[in-house]
Design a protein around this ligand. Structure first.
Ligand code: KG4
Ligand code: ZN
Length: 344
């Protein structure tokens, strides 16, 4: 594939305007980045999934198709640019729901062809981490990031912007999944993570205890916690059918405490054992108010520097795809029309 206009002359220069598209799950998002600065970041949430207690892949793909044009229009308007000003299109290529990725990536390919500009495929999980490079201060290396989302839980060590090593990850459920499944047991709507956070504010985190996993090394496991919450609730509901209603704040606070305690223990161990002094969190669960405090407290305690992303760059957003696309573009890493999205 040959790209003509703007490409050759702008490649590897810092002056460029990139439109970014993110459609890996249930949020349709677009952002514009100019010379490394975000000009707009628009996210359209898909409320349809609330009726089903989780994301329905086919409905997500259809909703992306409906959202793409309105989100593009708003995103360009907010950035005060038109399609003609764009030098490249960055788009999430993997991982995610295949149908959702295909809708976004094909739209990106269509735009790149019609505007004759390159397309840059972006890895969604890397982008969650690179979101730290949107604002100041940018992390220094070596940087250790706890990446916690609805589908992933990873401890990632970065030696420079192009080097990421996964030191540990979940062997079953992701942290966000643990939050959402626990919330479902408490009869809270999807996605339950933010609701647990909200109710927990008025609860006692030490009121109930749930089983903690005993896993070697830096890997995580959340399936035991999930089962322990389920059995506990079943037992208590037999004694008092209104147990959840009567204790929702304490339940949420205790569940949040348990999940975050598991996350932090391993993460701090990894930071200490690898001699890292710059730590951060990324992904949807990094919006959790308690984990944000804990990361800051850990940094204060050990004399480290903590990097905590702005809320708009925690849950899925195209701003993170834009900044990652920008660095890929500077490195000459573009994709071709032969490239296809992949779920993993
Ligand atoms: O990164 P993200 O938006 O999507 C994925 O890539 O998966 O993460 C979504 C996850 C959901 O599980 C959601 O419940 C969780 O992030 N989440 C939270 C909070 N905000 C979002 N979990 C706990 N507390 C929050 N405040
Ligand atoms: Zn994500």
């Amino acid at each position: 594939m040959h790209f003509g206009r703007n490409f050759a002359q702008d490649m590897n220069t810092e002056q460029c305007t990139i439109l970014a598209i993110e459609s890996s799950c249930d949020d349709t998002s677009m952002a514009v980045i100019k010379d490394g600065k975000i000009l707009s970041n628009v996210v359209a949430n898909q409320s349809i999934h609330e009726n089903y207690g989780g994301v329905v892949p086919e409905l997500a793909s259809r909703a992306h198709m409906q959202n793409l044009i309105p989100v593009l229009t708003e995103c360009l308007k907010k950035a005060h640019i038109t399609l003609k000003d764009i030098n490249a299109i960055a788009c999430t290529q993997s991982p995610g729901l295949l149908g959702s990725l295909i809708v976004g990536f094909n739209f990106a390919k269509g735009l790149s062809q019609s505007l004759n500009i390159p397309i840059i495929g972006v890895h969604h999980m890397k982008a969650h981490i690179i979101a730290h490079w949107i604002d100041e201060p940018k992390p220094k290396f070596p940087f250790l990031c706890l990446t916690i989302s609805g589908g992933h839980t990873q401890i990632v060590l970065m030696k420079d912007i192009n080097s990421m090593t996964i030191l540990g990850e979940t062997i079953d459920d992701a942290a966000g999944e643990a939050y959402d499944k626990a919330a479902k047991m408490l009869q809270l709507p999807y996605p339950g993570g933010p609701l647990i956070d909200r109710y927990a504010v008025n609860g006692d985190p030490k009121k109930y205890t749930f089983s903690m996993p005993q896993i070697e090394g830096y890997n995580y496991s959340f399936s035991g916690v999930k089962t322990s919450i389920l059995y506990f609730l079943q037992k208590e509901i037999q004694k008092d059918p209104n147990f959840i209603e009567n204790n929702v704040a304490d339940l949420c606070a205790s569940i949040q405490y348990c999940i975050n305690e598991i996350l932090m223990k391993k993460f701090i161990k990894a930071a200490k054992e690898n001699g890292v002094k710059h730590i951060g969190i990324a992904g949807g669960v990094s919006a959790n108010s308690d984990i944000r405090k804990r990361i800051q407290n850990a940094a204060d305690k050990y004399g480290w520097q903590a990097y905590i992303p702005e809320f708009q760059y925690c849950t899925d957003n195209a701003g993170m795809i834009a900044i990652t696309g920008y660095y890929n573009y500077l490195n000459g890493q573009t994709s071709t029309l032969k490239d296809v999205p992949s779920a993993r």
